[in-house]
Design a protein around this ligand. Structure first.
Ligand SMILES: Cc1ncc(COP(=O)(O)O)c(C=O)c1O
Length: 391
């Protein structure tokens, strides 16, 4: 299957939109959407048969496909709504002592920061935030930053590690950070919202204590669908956020039935992963994204008179890159969020403005349906928008 403009026929995307923000919510291919609809029809035609006889089988089929794709065993994994649910599930299953600390960083996703802060407000856990500097020279610099915090704070019990950060699109050296946590007796919980589908993942090889990831961002599964992986040493310690009939049963039974809830979005995992392979899999998508984003970032940066984020190439997310905006005023996230909406309304261009290190950036995403013209339209819209934008 050829990647680029012709691939748009495989999606329901409005073709009049220049869609350069797959990273936030991502469109789903038609074949996966139709699979989801098939499940809806089947469920409505025989609700009892669906919940009593089909539900568990579909869950197990999806879990098996997910675990093969991720390099983990089904008995160490649960399918959950999304990463937000996954992170909450882990943090709220663990017990902490007064004085224990959780380590996060200045690029940690806001909703995840809130999970940590909630523990500070209600659970007696202190939050330690490492500031990621504006310029990153190497993975080892990043590891060193976190090492210094472990030296300063002897009671860090949990390190929430980004695999790929949202606002800055940086690939963090997760394996090295997991080892650092182990050296200091802390548990590691990886926020992998953006990693599955973008990078080659092998959960057993990373060997974190916990890994929470999304399938709906870069793996084409219908929204919303995430997973949780636990190191076998934690078997039995993690409980779903909501207790239902599966209490004290095996992991699958605990997680697959949370009251009467429609999990058909999750059951599209096998179909979506087949689409992922049909379009060429990781290598083909990475090669396409590299060509598109190299081009897109160059024309956007040249026209705005700015530059890309200063990180080593191998630490840039394969499918997302940032270009700075020519604005000197200290950045405010709420403004950036407003601009994302305004850009779409004014120019029919879906971009994503972000804030990193107090500055404004535009985050460019690429997926299989993007073509160079999408980035030309983004560039033209940005040039016009910079003339009228209200700071
Ligand atoms: C780094 C990161 N963590 C967590 C999340 C939360 O993902 P979800 O909204 O699917 O729960 C996101 C969402 O964009 C993210 O980018």
């Amino acid at each position: 299957m050829e990647l680029g403009a012709s691939m748009k026929d495989n999606f329901l995307l409005d073709k009049s939109v220049a869609f350069t923000n797959h990273g936030s919510f991502g469109p789903v291919p038609k074949c996966v959407f139709e699979e989801r609809m098939k499940y809806h029809y089947e469920q409505e035609s025989q609700p009892d048969v669906w919940f009593r006889m089909k539900h568990l089988k579909y869950y197990e089929d999806s879990l098996r496909a997910a675990s093969q794709f991720l390099g983990g065993k089904p008995e160490n994994m649960a399918l959950v709504d999304n990463v937000t649910t996954g992170i909450n599930t882990i943090v709220k299953s663990l017990s902490f002592q007064p004085g224990d600390k959780v380590l996060i960083n200045s690029h940690t996703y806001d909703a995840v920061v809130n999970v940590a802060k909630e523990q500070e407000d209600f659970g007696g856990l202190d939050v330690v935030t490492v500031k990621i500097p504006d310029v990153l020279k190497s993975e080892d610099d990043v590891v060193e930053l976190f090492r210094q915090e472990y030296e300063k704070h002897k009671t860090i019990k949990l390190h929430i590690i980004d695999h790929i950060s949202s606002s800055s699109a940086i690939v963090f050296p997760v394996k090295k950070l997991v080892n650092l946590a182990k050296e200091h007796g802390a548990l590691s919980l990886i926020d992998g919202a953006h990693a599955p589908g973008q990078v080659d993942l092998n959960l057993e090889d990373i060997d974190a204590d916990f890994y929470a990831g999304n399938f709906h961002k870069w793996c084409y599964v219908t929204r919303s669908c995430g997973f949780l992986w636990f190191a076998p040493r934690h078997a039995g310690k993690i409980r779903p956020l909501v207790t239902s009939h599966g209490y004290k049963h095996n992991l699958t039974e605990q997680f697959n039935f949370c009251g009467t809830r429609d999990l058909s979005c999750i059951f599209t995992i096998p179909r979506a992963l087949k689409f992922y392979e049909d379009v060429g899999g990781l290598k083909a998508i990475q090669a396409h994204a590299d060509e598109m984003l190299t081009y897109g970032c160059k024309i956007v940066a040249e026209s705005l008179g700015t530059d890309l984020m200063d990180v080593p190439d191998h630490m840039r997310a394969p499918y997302m890159r940032l270009v700075r905006l020519p604005i000197d005023k200290p950045a405010v996230l709420a403004r950036a969020d407003e601009w994302t909406k305004e850009l779409a309304v004014l120019y029919n261009v879906q971009g994503c403005f972000t804030v990193v290190s107090g500055k404004y950036w535009i985050r460019l995403s690429c997926n299989v349906y993007n073509e160079k013209h999408d980035y030309v339209r983004l560039r033209d819209a940005l040039v016009e928008f910079m003339k009228v934008v209200e700071l």
